[in-house]
Design a protein around this ligand. Structure first.
Ligand code: ACM
Length: 264
């Protein structure tokens, strides 16, 4: 399976400009299976008012969905990318999984970071996997990495790959993902953005270093911290079905669930 990511310097509020950048970065790609784009890749991240968030929001049939379907047509891949979702009058920090035939699934970020708690409602979609060309793919968004429950749950429900759109500002995720992937024996594709966004009273510097991490903790691709970047690698999702670490240890079967939560 050929999987990859786009690391982007998003221009705040300029959806068409960001679509054009992604198209340009993927112009030579015509044979991929799965491509991950950053969190909120077409809108930017540093909002200054709810009205602004709302003005950039869409439903699952908006311009971002249409654009991702076009990219799916051109590349042959399923695309996962972040967008501002408006659903039943609420705003969510969401990711959509899209093929050339339309939207496959939507995930709403469960663990909101910093002022996202002002701009968005907390996610209300269950962690889930979808079968993409026979491979089970789950989604999480950026700060979800800080909650090991997310990767564990996705692993327990059969995820072989986690598509992980991100707008990382802390430096710890890439290292953590090696452990998350090793402990759950699955692949992850973390697509981050670069650049500094200074808007209103907030400034965020996004840390790049997008990463594809293997089920054994190896880093298969690592982007630079300061420029737009695209990379693809060949992976072997079947290998994630073996949850053994050695002859005696298995990351699922060795869990002692009856001792974990009972005395909280
Ligand atoms: C983040 O969750 N965007 C840091």
């Amino acid at each position: 399976m050929r999987v990859g990511y786009v690391q982007l310097k998003t221009v705040f509020g300029e959806k068409q400009k960001n679509f054009d950048k992604v198209s340009d970065l993927l112009k030579d790609v015509d044979d991929a299976d799965l491509i991950v784009l950053p969190e909120l890749f077409a809108t930017g991240y540093t909002f200054t008012s709810i009205e602004e968030v709302e003005s950039l929001s869409e439903n699952n049939d908006g311009e971002t969905s249409q654009f991702l379907q076009e990219i799916g047509k051109k590349t042959g891949a399923v695309i996962v990318g972040g967008f501002v979702e408006k659903f039943e009058n609420k705003l969510y920090n969401s990711a959509m999984m899209v093929s050339k035939n339309g939207v496959i699934d939507i995930y709403r970020k469960l663990h909101l970071f910093n002022k996202e708690k002002i701009w968005f409602s907390p996610g209300n979609t269950k962690l889930k996997v979808n079968s993409i060309k026979g491979t089970k793919v789950g989604m999480m968004i950026c700060f979800d990495w800080s909650f090991p429950e997310v990767t564990r749950t996705l692993s327990l429900i059969g995820a072989e790959i986690i598509a992980h759109p991100a707008n990382l500002v802390l430096p710890y995720c890439q290292t953590a993902m090696k452990t998350r992937c090793f402990c759950n024996k699955l692949y992850a594709i973390t697509a981050n953005r670069i650049g500094t966004e200074k808007r209103g009273e907030d400034t965020f510097k996004f840390t790049g270093r997008s990463q594809i991490t293997s089920f054994n903790g190896d880093v298969l691709s690592l982007a630079p911290s300061d420029r737009e970047f695209v990379d693809f690698v060949e992976i072997f999702p079947n290998k994630t079905q073996n949850k053994n670490i050695n002859e005696y240890n298995n990351v699922h079967d060795d869990r002692r669930e009856e001792y974990y939560w009972n005395n909280l």
